[in-house]
Design a protein around this ligand. Sequence first.
Ligand code: PNS
Length: 163
Amino acid sequence: MPVRRAVCPGSFDPVTNGHLDIVGRAAKLFDEVVVAIGVNASKSRLFTPEERIAMLEETTAGIANVRVAGFEGLIVDFCREIDAVAIVKGLRGAGDYEYELPMAQMNSHLTDVETVFLPGAVGNAFVSSSLIKEVATLGGDVRGLVPDAVLEQLVRRLAERTA
Ligand code: PNS
């Protein structure tokens, strides 16, 4: 039987508990899941590609059929390169759907790679990397919304930035 491989793409700057919920659930649906971290150099990020890859490797280490990779260029080209049949994305609400649907349709126009949408867990509906960074920057408590190891790195990075 061929391996049914899926990709969970994102910026993961940083990875949140919402992302990890989707990756863990995708790992139950597919033989292998590759977390694909967009490393497009033009965007300014809080964490480097290497740091984001390391954070994902650490936080998904307990899931045997998950691996982590960086990618540049089109996600569908990466999918073709690694022989993935699907892109898995989480939807927190209608706003995510509006944003994701044209991308899914474009990716479907470009290739036969399917997009599979999973509903985000209710408890993570408000969790995004950008809000986490904003709240943490302004001194808010984001414990429980990101893995503990990520929280430590986030606090350290923000302290370095304000020093
Ligand atoms: O976590 P994000 O920022 O929502 O992730 C966005 C990402 C990296 C998944 C998306 O921008 C992407 O797929 N980029 C790769 C470039 C690409 O394929 N663009 C065309 C999409 S139709």
